[in-house]
Design a protein around this ligand. Sequence first.
Ligand SMILES: Cc1cc2nc3c(=O)[nH]c(=O)nc-3n(C[C@H](O)[C@H](O)[C@H](O)COP(=O)(O)O)c2cc1C
Length: 128
Amino acid sequence: MVIVCCADISGYLEGSESGIQDLGRIGAVEDRIVNIICANLNENIKMNINEISPRIAVNVAIAIEHMVLRALDFKLGTCWIRAMDDEEVKKIFTWDQNTFIVALLPVGYPDESPMPRRRLKIEDIIIK
Ligand SMILES: Cc1cc2nc3c(=O)[nH]c(=O)nc-3n(C[C@H](O)[C@H](O)[C@H](O)COP(=O)(O)O)c2cc1C
């Protein structure tokens, strides 16, 4: 199975505003902060896709990594795939420019057990 991990750009922009307002309503975020974030979001709506795409990509990437970890719970393997032609993928599904594809995520039961890749030591990557 291959999951096409993508965002609906206009839905993302509209959802961001209602999401932060929900946090304000339940008292998780002060009204003052909600207002500041909503003003920023209104600026985002004016951005073009090249400006907004890194923000969308980060949000989708968080969701992808949750899927990667949840798949592991079921002993499933995954692999992030970015080496693809986004426009070809969109053509297959007849998606327009409102869909922003972040990655493909093939999911399956591994039939190989390669050696782990070389890793940096934990003390080399943590700044104390
Ligand atoms: C943004 C991103 C794009 C990636 N694109 C590809 C890809 O196109 N093809 C591929 O085989 N692996 C791809 N990977 C997977 C990496 O090759 C690597 O296996 C994965 O990040 C796990 O890292 P590790 O092997 O160091 O544990 C991608 C990973 C990331 C984070």
